[in-house]
Design a protein around this ligand. Sequence first.
Ligand code: FAD
Ligand code: SF4
Length: 464
Amino acid sequence: MRKQARLQAPADRIKNFFEVALGYSKEEAEKEAKRCLLCKDPLCVKGCPVRIDIPSFIRLLRENKPQEALAKIKERNNLPAVCGRVCPQEDQCEAMCILNKKKIPINIGALERYAADYGKAAGKQLTSEPQASEPANPRTRELKIAVVGSGPAGLTAAADLAKMGYSVTLFESLHKPGGVLTYGIPEFRLPKKIVMDEVEYIKGLGVEVKTDYLVGRTLGLAELFEKGYKAIFLAIGAGLPQFMGIPGENLSRVYSANEFLTRVNLMRAYAFPESKTPLNIGTRAAVIGGGNVAFDSARCALRLGAKVSIVYRRAEAEMPARVEEIQNAKEEGVEFQLLTQPVKILGDEQGFVKGLECVRMALGEPDASGRKRPVPVKNSNFILEADTVIVAIGQTPNPLLSRAAPELKTNPNGTIAVNEDYMTSLPGVFAGGDIITGADTVIAAMGAGKKAALAIDRYIKTNG
Ligand code: FAD
Ligand code: SF4
């Protein structure tokens, strides 16, 4: 069982949007680093999708060299302050740590975060890469590449291509870059200053960022080629919310988690009145779903002043959310309605939500996913009091771009089809991240961005 680093006390943190996990102090980081066995054939590295040299950066932390530790991490990972905070380490690097067998695995995520935060704070990063304040990378190749979408996949590919000397433009439809890191994951898990610092670092590599630019509308793929871009990388994520298809979903104060979180994070409803964009949440919110997105929504609603219930049709053990997020939500007072399926959202005369009709479920035979299939219990209907309903049951790729470019082949689930080199059915157009996998993780999207950047480089060398 992994041990979380220090947290804000639940009674305090439910009243603010400041970061919940406080991270290690210098002494705590040194102590944790000293527990590491510095394995010669480290399994943890195999568990990291971008293969950070984990023992080497931990050794540098042991020697009290956070700047050098950060430089070591940045050899493989352009967004360490983000990954140290939001990677599901318990399923990745830490799951492979040899210390799992005996004691508690090394808290690699917290050490990565420490190196990122303190390495930066300690001054100029000791790295061969240019910094935001320095001149951009030399353009050894004047060839232009367009990256569409500025989430972790787009940011990573853009950074790697700029480091290779290409002239990279990053197009983003929203008014701020960062993708889910900016509009989805709440401030209390990932402060936006951290994301913007990482974006600044990438701009410092010479990447031009164009926001409010919806590729497929503002400009099409063919027009990008006409403008001289030699290759295009599509990293447009999977941001189209799914609904349940039950009566009442068109009532006022029914939100998709995507809209709700965008209004809280990107539109800064959490900072009202300073932000001038309030969000009326009422007094009781029901959040439907059991993944990270549901828990982020629930914990935001709680901080905006509502009593919150998570409504999930399976049991807690089957929730896809990170265990520590479930634990944190429980400590904060989020209530759980498990084995519960909503069947109807009830409205008042003005068209506002006034409750959620639910049915209790029992677990039956395993379904195709191997998990026990929830089946409704007869005559178990009940009304859950709610004046806001947030639907967090999953997201799919937005079809806007593939509709605008019908030659772009898609899979039956709406993801863009690519070959082993991340190339789509259109020559010179590559894709990676959630848009090819469906909703996944930050580090998986970054891994795709890295591999796609290499594939684009090979393509240009052959065809450019
Ligand atoms: P995204 O981050 O979705 O970025 C895509 C970008 O493309 C967006 O900015 C979008 O505006 C832009 N775009 C879309 N279409 C166009 C267009 N036509 N033109 C221009 N721009 C366009 N993963 C974790 O590892 N840990 C977590 O704790 C975690 N928590 C999450 C919480 C929430 C609320 C959500 C929604 C997801 C979470 N995830 C988490 C998943 C993770 O954030 C995603 O897997 C990851 O962000 C995918 O990266 P991406 O670059 O493929 O796409
Ligand atoms: Fe672990 Fe993620 Fe860091 Fe890799 S990037 S070492 S998986 S926390």
